[in-house]
Design a binder for this molecule. Sequence first.
Ligand code: FES
Ligand code: FES
Length: 182
Amino acid sequence: MHSNHPSGPFPAARTLSLTINGRRAQLEVEPWVTLLDLLRERIGLTGTKKGCDHGQCGACTVLVDGRRINACLALALMQEGRAITTVEGLADGERLHPLQQAFIEHDAFQCGYCTPGQLCSALGLIAEGQAHSADEVRELMSGNICRCGAYPQIVRAVTQVMGLPPDSERAHGPVVTGTVPG
Ligand code: FES
Ligand code: FES
């Protein structure tokens, strides 16, 4: 019979040193622990969400050395020496990050489950410097799924922070072209 589990003793935990939201941390971590589980279950930073756990939804997006990644696909031990930023690290004390403020102003969430990932993804997107229009924001954040469908408001919030023109056409619903058959 076949099993995915190793039959011998499990590999030993190793010491991991990294920085999380500006604070140094040192932990003993087993080789199979993902960065997402490390953050949520070992460190108690539950702002980062687990949606699919398979790299499909973006709910777990965090920044590693300023670059956005899906934390569910990253092994914790691979992050040795790196600087992790989660949604808990965005505000400056009581002062919200401009992206957080813009999400509130534009009602860019409903249930809020995807929001931590959207915020971190937007922060990474801004740092990448590849988006120059609302369409490009939409395209480059397409890995962040919102089941509540708050996309127009999310795009508005992000474009406002980036100083890009608002996406007025799509914000009011899809443009329908062509004729209806029958
Ligand atoms: Fe990581 Fe969905 S939980 S991409
Ligand atoms: Fe509910 Fe995006 S606000 S999933």
